[in-house]
Ligand binder design. Structure first.
Ligand code: TRP
Length: 458
């Protein structure tokens, strides 16, 4: 760990917040959140989701931040420094492994968003009917070369930005792209809410029906909260290792969680009114991983079809929004693994990033092919892609999050916690005892109950 003195920092507070928000805001918000909400009953699911964000998300995010900033190390190095010679270093390693797995399958969907942006720019959706879109999508994902090509393209762009470093790569890109993302998001939400028939979609988002909530919906809400907030694998811990000493950890965690939840709910406002307007129902296969790629292009055509120019602009903006959101997230996952490889194996950043890009690309190819040639390969009845997504977000992340909570709540010296949260006593943090109480008792017990409940032990 001799490279501590050469470690980079984010240049500004807003840069740090936007980079962390860039990590959090991603396909999880715009692709996964509407699917999960659609499949788990709408407004009631959203309320449980928000509960998970407040009760588990914010305290665990603060833990990741303080561990990262205190140690100024990659996530595995952080536990090694704070708890030398103990098995706690496996929490960091589990995180690096989860980052690797998620980046591999995430890049596949990210690749689809790039292909669809190009299709939208080329006006490929005009004049197509409801029946054409599933065929376009199936043809695309099952064509091994196209999916693999776009997955690799995405991986390479991520690689280039990560190689440029923390300040001139990650921070610069996030500061430029996050505002663009917000503007696009608001424009799209306004267009969608103004559609005739939007009220049905709004009702679905705003009127809770708790009879739809099952144990598996609660597990999904928790998994979604971890996934969307980038928690449980040391991603934000790694980013926090680039925070400077002035960064207010509590405020940053609150801002990132608010931004992330806002984007998720806005995505709901974009997608559901448009979906209902186009006459889809939610109990069908319209709401699944292909939602954004089969349902949405058709929705744009139908909803804005009377003004073709508007339909065109809306679809280009929508897919471009997805590309931006995905990219700031792939960068953050790549960074977790790159920082680990570079610091723990004393390698240059460039070399480490290359190794990460190559190995993730190989696993990514397997995930991409699980929609085509490898479709028949099933693990516990799921395709390779689904298996990775299900295990990573519903198990690896919550288990990682639970261990992080236990580490901060029970193991870590409370002086370190207090000093980091209050910036060595210069900030007031009256909420600190509450956060510690949550980390000690509530988060571990809640996560354990939800996980055990799902495995069938309760
Ligand atoms: N949060 C991102 C999204 O919503 C994905 C992501 C980035 C992530 N880094 C992560 C998920 C770390 C879990 C852990 O799309």
């Amino acid at each position: 760990m001799s490279n501590n003195n050469t470690r980079e920092n984010f240049g500004s507070k807003i840069g740090a917040i936007l980079a962390a928000a860039g990590s959090a805001v991603g396909l999880g918000n715009i692709w996964r959140f509407p699917i999960e909400t659609g499949q788990n009953g709408g407004a009631a699911f959203i309320l449980i989701y928000i509960g998970c964000v407040i009760l588990l998300g914010i305290p665990i995010m603060m833990s990741e931040f303080l561990i990262g900033r205190h140690t100024q190390a990659n996530t595995a190095g952080a536990y090694r420094k704070l708890a030398p010679g103990t098995p706690w270093r496996w929490v960091g390693r589990l995180g690096v492994l989860s980052g690797f797995v998620i980046l591999s399958y995430y890049s596949v969907v990210a690749g689809w968003t790039a292909e669809y942006t190009i299709l939208a720019i080329g006006n490929a959706f005009e004049g197509k009917t409801t029946a054409d879109f599933p065929a376009i999508f199936t043809e695309f994902v099952s064509n091994p070369w196209k999916s693999v090509f776009w997955m690799l393209a995405f991986m390479i762009i991520t690689h280039v930005i990560v190689t440029r470093g923390v300040k001139s790569g990650i921070e610069k890109f996030s500061k430029l792209m996050m505002p663009v993302l917000f503007v696009i998001l608001i424009i799209l939400a306004i267009c969608s809410v103004a559609l005739p028939g939007a009220s049905q979609g709004l009702e679905f988002l705003l009127k809770p029906d708790f009879s739809k909530i099952t144990g598996s919906a609660i597990l999904s809400a928790m998994g979604q909260a971890f996934f969307s907030l980038s928690l449980g694998l040391g991603c934000l811990c790694t980013y926090a290792s680039y925070f400077n000493q002035e960064t207010n950890i509590g405020k940053t965690a609150l801002s990132v969680s608010l931004i992330d939840t806002f984007v998720a709910i806005m995505s709901g406002f974009i997608i559901f009114p448009a979906v209902f307007n186009a006459g889809y129902t939610l109990d069908s296969s319209d709401i699944g991983p292909s939602l954004l790629f089969i349902t949405m292009p058709n929705v744009f055509g139908q909803a804005f079809g009377s003004i073709p120019a508007l339909a065109y602009i809306v679809s280009v903006l929508f897919y471009f929004l997805l590309v931006l959101a995905a990219l700031t997230s792939t960068i953050s996952m790549h960074e977790v693994v790159t920082a680990y490889v570079s610091e723990e194996f004393a390698m240059s950043r460039r070399k480490a990033a290359t190794l990460v890009t190559l190995s993730c690309s190989i696993v990514g190819v397997v995930c991409a092919l699980s929609f085509g040639p490898f479709e028949g390969v099933k693990i516990f009845g799921m395709t390779i892609f689904d298996f990775f997504d299900y295990t990573a977000s519903n198990f690896m992340l919550p288990i990682g999050g639970m261990l992080i909570a236990i580490f901060t709540g029970w193991y870590l010296d409370k002086k370190i916690v207090r000093d980091e949260i209050t910036n060595n006593g210069t900030l007031r943090a009256p909420y600190l005892p509450l956060i510690i109480f949550i980390l000690k008792y509530i988060a571990p017990i809640a996560i354990a109950c939800i996980l055990l409940g799902q495995i069938g032990i309760f």
